[in-house]
Ligand binder design. Sequence first.
Ligand SMILES: [Zn+2]
Length: 415
Amino acid sequence: MIKPLIGSFQLMKSLNRTLVLTTIRNLGPISRADIAKKTMLTPPTVTNIVSELLEQKFIIESEVGASSGGRKPILLKLNSRSFAIVGVDVGITSIKSVLTDLDAGLIRELRCPLPPRPDADTFLELLSRSVAELIASAAAEQTVLGIGVGMHGLVNPEEGVSIFAPNLNLRLVPIRAVLESEFGLPVYVENDVVAMALGELWFGGGQLTDHFICVNIGVGVGAGIVLNRQIFRGSSYSAGELGHTTVDLNGPRCSCGNYGCLQALVSGPAIAESVQNEIALGRKSALLPPVPSDLASITGEHVYEAALQGDVLALEAFGKAGRLLGISLTNMIHTLNPQKIILGGGVAQAGDLLTGPLNETVRSRALESSVTSLVIETSQLGDRATAIGAVTAVLSRIFELPQLQGEAAVSHSEP
Ligand SMILES: [Zn+2]
C-alpha cells in the first residue's frame, strides 16, 4: 500500500491528490470511504480532494455501490475520455504517433516517414507536424494533457534532449524545448525502449511484474530495465545498451565502431547481411535475386518470408540470431534475475522462428534458479508499444508520486 507523505502543506496537498487519483485509477469504481481506507487519509481530506477532482473533470461518479448497512455509496472512476495524450515513437525510418485517452485507449494514429539522415530542423518540423495533427483531432471536449516522445538513441530525460540518435545521425536535439514552446504543453522525452518498458509496466505484460526487461530487436537492439517497478536508467542514461554488448570477439563491425556487438549480428539489417554473405559464398537459397549483383536488396523481411516457406538458409539465419540473443539474455538474466522478458520490435515479430532457438538456449544455459519461473513473451502492445509507452511517460508524471518519478512530477501534477 502507498503511504501518505509528510512535507510542506502545498507539497502534501499535491501528493495526497496524486494518491487519491492513482487509487481511483487503479481500484475504481471505488467509494470515498474505500479510498480513505486504502490511502489512510482522513474521510474529510478524501471528500475535499474528490470534490476538486470532480470539478476538474478528472473523475466522474459512476454507479451506486453495494450497501454495507447504511446508504448505498456512490462510486468514483476515472473520466478517461475527457482527456487526451499524444505519444510519439521516433524510429529510424518513421515517426509513429498516437492520440489516446487517459487509459491509453486509441483515438487516432499517424505514421510519417522520415527521410534518411534528416537534419535537426527537418526532423523537428516533421515531429511538430505529427503532434499538431493529432492535437487538432482531439474532440472539443477533450483536454490534451501532454506530449510524450520515445526517441531512438541516447536521451537525457531530465532535459528532454536527444543526446545522440546514431541511425538518424542527430546530436543534441532539444525536443522538449521545441515542442513545449510550440504547443504550451508538458513534454517528456524518453529513450524508445525505456518508453516501451513504461508502456508494458502500465498497460502490457509488465502490469503485475516487479522486475522485467523489455528487449527491442529491430534495426537497432536495446533493452529497457524495470526493477522494483521503476525504470533503471543507469548513471548517464545508458543502462540497457544490450545491442552493444560483445557476443563474438571476431564478429562484424558494429555502427558503434566496435566488433562483434549483438546488434551487428541479430538486428534486421544484420540478419539480411548474413544471408547476403552466405549467398555470395555460393549457398543456395530461394532468396537468390535474379541478378546476383542485387544481393544488397535482400531485407530482413525477405529473409522472414523465405523462412516461412521453409528456406533452409533463412531458417538458419533466424536460428543463429535466436541463439545469440539467448546467450545475451542469459547474461542479463544472471545479472538482474528478472521475472519476465518482453520481446518487441520488427525482428521479434518473426515469432517461433526466433523465440524457439532463443528459449532453447536460455533454458539450456541459465542456472535453474534463474529460469524456473522466468517468462519470455512477445509484447502484447505490438508495434504500438513505444508510442503507448510515450503516452505512459506523460501519465506517470500525472499519477505517480514524485518520490517514485523524480521532482518534475510535483510541478506538473496540477492540470
Ligand atoms: Zn556496437
